[in-house]
Design a protein around this ligand. Structure first.
Ligand code: SF4
Ligand code: SF4
Length: 157
């Protein structure tokens, strides 16, 4: 009973999702990818490293004997978000995204093509890219006191 009473009178440490959202880890492996086409060489290392084989790349050669990415697509409906593709990219062209709300009504809509991968709305995670950590807000911790303070600050904005 002592334990029950202790929890009965303490402040809530839960949040009313989706009205309120916690700040996720800076290194979150979210359910999306961010692709920098300007850095990508079309080497396909990411596609070869994917254990599920869900990255489709089609390239052609341009006049400078370089690859042009005609197709770059992820079937995120089959992705386990292990992050291997991001870790192996030799040119820092691929990032995990920070979004964790990618539910769709159809599996077909879970395919991420070039436009989706390059969308300016995608926020890159610092997973595999520690150089980004300074630019990303700190995680909200589920610790009594801190959470109420941070969520109150968000409510005020
Ligand atoms: S996160 Fe893992 S499963 Fe998903 S595309 Fe990358 S390597 Fe494949
Ligand atoms: S490993 Fe990186 S550079 Fe190579 S194709 Fe994939 S995203 Fe592009």
């Amino acid at each position: 009973m002592a334990l029950t009473f202790k929890h009965l009178f303490r402040k809530n440490i839960t949040t009313q999702y989706p009205e309120k959202r916690l700040q996720m880890s800076r290194r979150i492996r979210g359910q999306q990818f961010v692709w920098r086409s300007d850095l990508c060489t079309g080497c396909a290392t990411c596609a070869k490293s994917c254990p599920h084989g869900i990255i489709q790349i089609v390239t052609s050669k341009n006049g400078d004997n370089k690859y042009v990415m005609d197709k770059m697509e992820f079937d995120t409906g089959r992705c386990m978000f292990c992050g291997l593709c991001v870790e192996v990219c030799p040119f820092n062209a691929l990032y995990m995204g920070r979004s964790y709300e990618q539910a769709r009504y159809s599996r077909r809509l879970l395919w991420a093509d070039k436009e989706i991968l390059m969308s300016p709305d995608n926020e890159p995670s610092a997973y595999g890219h520690p150089e980004l950590e300074g630019q990303i807000p700190e995680q909200t911790l589920l610790v009594y006191g801190q959470i109420s303070k941070e969520m109150t600050a968000k409510d005020d904005n």
